[in-house]
Design a protein around this ligand. Structure first.
Ligand code: HEC
Length: 381
């Protein structure tokens, strides 16, 4: 009986040992490919290949001279791709080149994937192709009111006049008559009176950018009439709550950028009440933290951006830089090969620690046979 138990115990131990690494191995398509799709393929995909790199198909990543591969299967620490995503915020080489850095857990997954051999099943190439195709053609459809011939003529005339004045006027997408007007490039040449030109477009105008223009609250009588508007960029303008409270007429409004405007607590409350309101940027406006808290509590689905994350990120970045500096400091003062004082420029990374030597020769000696010198180093913490 005892023997039987012992055999069962041993065999289940063996089974556990065999099964575990396989079970922990990650799923490239489910865990890695979505990160590449969301954060990299825009610049490293079928359309654009920044740095001559594509991250949507196996054969592109593992092509040519192996020395040049950005991912070296089994060698995360020698893989340029992993180095790039782990750089500190603000580093010129950090990837993705724009937006937030990859989260720590995403970086860890990519490290694990490379360490496990960077498998890329052929089927995933197809998954990428399908996913990219779905992303490239976002279906932007708008339910817009009908326009009769007379109204269409007025729209065409207004578009021509706006373009003549240097505004950017375009269709939002190929399959919709919805119009996007950008006046922000004209800066202070745009005043309240010019907003009257937008009124004939009211059944078609869905996106409007008036950022940095010289418009004021006196122009609100025109803005109020743009009842099909979905997005309004009004950053860096003098607009205040007289305008923002008047926007209640814009029942389709989803997005308002009121960065550095006079948006106050009343205006915010009104905008937040709009049935479609999804995102409001109110950084450097007059909105008080108390009003922001009230709105956030009442409308959890609304993304209200007060820029309060900026300081958090700065602190996190500073901490990361300090940690990196600490990690890059050699653990020893004396060369483990020659017992002489170290030269801080002669270092190698070994087993997660930076080790310094007195000269390049000693460094080479160590790299050849580290075990021989380990006893001379301070004990690992
Ligand atoms: C907004 C565009 C953009 C995004 C998004 C982006 N990159 Fe890049 N990437 C670049 C540019 C530009 C270069 C070339 C300049 C350079 O080497 O820094 C580059 C170069 C690279 C290189 C070096 C290629 C070589 O062989 O020299 C790697 C590796 C890389 N990117 C990885 C990534 C990864 C991984 C992601 C996603 C997590 C990503 N990039 C997202 C723009 C981008």
């Amino acid at each position: 009986m005892l023997r039987l138990i012992a055999i069962v115990a041993v065999s289940s131990l063996l089974a556990a040992q065999e099964v575990q690494p396989a079970a922990a191995k990650l799923d490239f398509q489910k865990q890695i490919a979505p990160i590449l799709l969301e954060r990299c393929v825009e610049c490293h995909g079928p359309k654009v290949q920044k740095g001559d790199l594509r991250l949507d198909a196996r054969e592109h990543l593992f092509a040519g001279d192996q020395e040049e591969w950005n991912v070296l299967p089994g060698k995360p620490d020698d893989s340029e791709l992993l180095r790039r995503i782990g750089l500190p915020v603000g580093d010129d080489d950090i990837m993705p080149e724009k937006g937030e850095p990859l989260r720590k857990d995403q970086q860890a997954l990519i490290r694990q994937w490379i360490a496990e051999g960077a498998e890329w099943p052929v089927a995933v190439d197809k998954w990428f192709a399908t996913a990219i195709a779905a992303k490239v053609i976002p279906k932007i459809t708008f339910e817009l009111p009908k326009v009769d011939a007379e109204e269409q003529a007025a729209i065409d005339a207004a578009v021509a006049e706006l373009k003549k004045r240097g505004a950017v006027v375009q269709q939002v997408a190929a399959d919709t008559p919805a119009i996007d007007v950008n006046l922000s490039l004209l800066r202070d040449k745009v005043t309240d009176a010019d907003l009257a030109l937008l009124v004939p477009l009211q059944k078609r105008l869905v996106w409007l950018n008036v950022s940095r223009t010289a418009i004021s609250d006196d122009g609100r009588q025109h803005l109020q009439k743009l009842t099909q508007l979905r997005r309004l960029h009004a950053a860096n303008t003098q607009l205040g709550d007289a305008t923002f409270t008047a926007l209640v007429a814009l029942q389709h409004l989803e997005y308002v950028n009121a960065y550095a405007t006079g948006l106050g607590d009343d205006g915010l409350a009104k905008l937040a009440e709009l049935p479609k309101a999804a995102r409001i940027y109110a950084w450097q406006s007059k909105v008080t933290p108390a009003a922001a808290r009230t709105v956030r509590a009442a409308k959890p689905a609304l993304a209200l951006d007060l820029g309060d994350y900026v300081e958090e990120r700065l602190a996190a970045a500073q901490k990361e830089i300090a940690e990196r500096a600490e990690r890059n400091k050699p653990v020893n003062d004396t060369c483990p090969v020659a017992d002489k004082p170290i030269d801080p420029n002669q270092t190698v990374e070994h087993d997660g620690r930076r080790i310094a030597f007195c000269c390049g020769k000693c460094k080479a000696a160590f790299e050849k046979e580290p075990a021989k010198f380990l006893a001379k180093l301070p004990p690992k913490k």
